[in-house]
Ligand binder design. Sequence first.
Ligand code: SAM
Length: 226
Amino acid sequence: MPDPVTIRRLYGRSKGHKLREGQAALLEEMLPRVSVPDHGPLDAARLFGDSRPLEFEIGFGGGEHLAGQARMRPDHGFVGCEPFLNGVVSALNHIRDDALGNVRLHMGDALEVLERLPDASLSRVYLLHPDPWPKARHAKRRMVNNGPLEMIAAKLKPGCEFRLGTDDPTYCRWAMMVMNQRRDFAWQAESAADFLTRPADWPETRYERKARRKGHEVWYFRYLRI
Ligand SMILES: C[S@@+](CC[C@H](N)C(=O)[O-])C[C@H]1O[C@@H](n2cnc3c(N)ncnc32)[C@H](O)[C@@H]1O
């Protein structure tokens, strides 16, 4: 388990632009209705009132991918965590506009929510464009590290997927190195096309689109929990 200090340092800013009036109202009115409960153990019954499969996104940014996945599988429950306030407001907009009843949000650290879920309870975990922490001395803060990965591995059902996307060459090399040393995940790529081409069921985020516009390559990693 990563120590709490390391977890707290995993993310940087949590506030950006000041919220407009409508955004503040949306936050106040809607967030309590779709929030993950603050305390206690979590499972599908507590979150959605039934035993549906659960999927989990770490750091959903603006929520485009989370909402896209939730639209594709209305019978699954989606839990998304993001400490960045403006990102949470953007996700609430998607939930409202698409009338998504199968999404729950936590404005804060994903690992704090993950640890409250039962082991082997998740059908998928997504980590898209995690903060790169490019300096070598900050490498311990990267989400792809054995501490967070232990937790992700514990919470995923065997045979289910951990998806990781990045446009950062340093992070890409780092992630491949860390993941290749693990015996609990099997990389699903058979050819370069498998990790250089965005799978059809992997909705693009605004962040990813911007990265491509800047000329960045994007890598799509799919690992099966063994
Ligand atoms: C570069 S952004 C990518 C956002 C999004 N995944 C995308 O692809 O558009 C990384 C995001 O991870 C979030 N983040 C960082 N540490 C986190 C943590 N411990 N729990 C949840 N989110 C976190 C940041 O707030 C930020 O929004």
